[in-house]
Design a protein around this ligand. Structure first.
Ligand code: HEC
Length: 259
């Protein structure tokens, strides 16, 4: 017989244990749903599908992705383009009149639409063919160009929003772990195991929550948010799962204190 806590879950009335099991299941179910919500909420921060580290960096640090047109032009693409035309296009793309000046008649031959028509459309039309052509990226219409012209500048959530979100998340998540940990040590399972999991889950939560702030300065800390959050999630699932198992397994009559 273990000399564990004087109180153990399995000695408590069955309906009570069943109630605890249902509550813990609800809690874990809620976490699964909020995990999904997190995924949907953040996955579109960057343009690549699915939740990537860039989505997290975007949310907490911000991400700047230069416009593909500017990148290509600055990389010297296409080699055939006259320098003054390249500069005209880059200046236009960096200006705040990208849509207005696209086919601004006042600019004459230097209007971006003109330069593009002459210098790019041989290769970048839907119907372009030939070994050098690249019809996958079309520059025929404004709608095509607009998508490539924009530099994406994802701003992180404002400090007030982060503070407000943390104000609800940190205490709740910490209290949940404390309650689960306490229930956990009342189960028939090894207190050491529960202790180990509770420790890493709590450490993970602290790192995760601190990471919301640190990542604002240090983008790479986004990885710590992910690892910390994962530790917390796995920890709650393990301890919660063990509590549920302990509650539904057959109980035991309370043994008198003298034994
Ligand atoms: C001789 C054919 C040719 C001409 C002319 C040409 N391109 Fe390209 N372009 C390509 C090919 C092929 C690729 C894909 C391979 C690469 O990236 O070099 C490409 C890639 C690009 C990309 C990168 C698309 C991506 O995948 O993100 C952009 C942007 C681009 N071109 C813009 C332009 C612009 C603007 C002009 C005119 C000023 C232009 N191109 C003229 C052949 C051409």
């Amino acid at each position: 017989m273990s000399m564990s806590s004087p109180l153990t879950l399995r000695e408590l009335p069955y309906l009570f244990r069943l109630g605890i099991a249902l509550s813990v299941l609800t809690l874990l179910g809620g976490y699964v749903v909020s995990g999904l919500h997190l995924r949907w909420h953040y996955e579109n921060r960057d343009e690549s599908p699915g939740l990537t580290i860039n989505d997290i960096i975007g949310a907490y640090h911000g991400v700047q992705t230069p416009s593909p047109l500017i990148s290509a032009l600055e990389d010297g693409h296409p080699e055939t383009l006259q320098e003054f035309e390249r500069q005209a296009l880059i200046d236009w793309l960096r200006s705040d009149r990208v849509s207005q000046d696209y086919d601004n008649l006042d600019l004459g031959d230097e209007a971006p639409s003109e330069i593009i028509a002459v210098s790019c459309l041989d290769c970048h039309s839907r119907g372009s063919s030939g070994p050098e052509a690249y019809p996958e990226v079309s520059l025929e219409y404004w709608d095509d160009i607009q998508k490539l012209a924009i530099s994406k500048d994802i701003q992180p959530a404002g400090t007030e929003i982060v503070a407000m979100s943390q104000h609800t998340h940190a205490p709740t998540m910490a209290v949940i772990m404390i309650v689960l940990g306490l229930l956990g040590v009342l189960t028939r399972f090894s207190n050491r195991l529960i202790g180990l999991v509770t420790f890493f889950a709590s450490l993970g939560l602290l790192v995760d929550m601190a990471g919301w702030w640190i990542t604002r300065e240090v983008a790479q800390f986004a990885y710590a948010i992910v690892v910390g959050g994962a530790l917390y999630a796995i920890g709650t699932m393990i301890v919660g799962g063990l509590v549920v198992i302990d509650c539904v397994l057959p109980g035991r009559k309370r043994v008198s204190a003298e034994e």
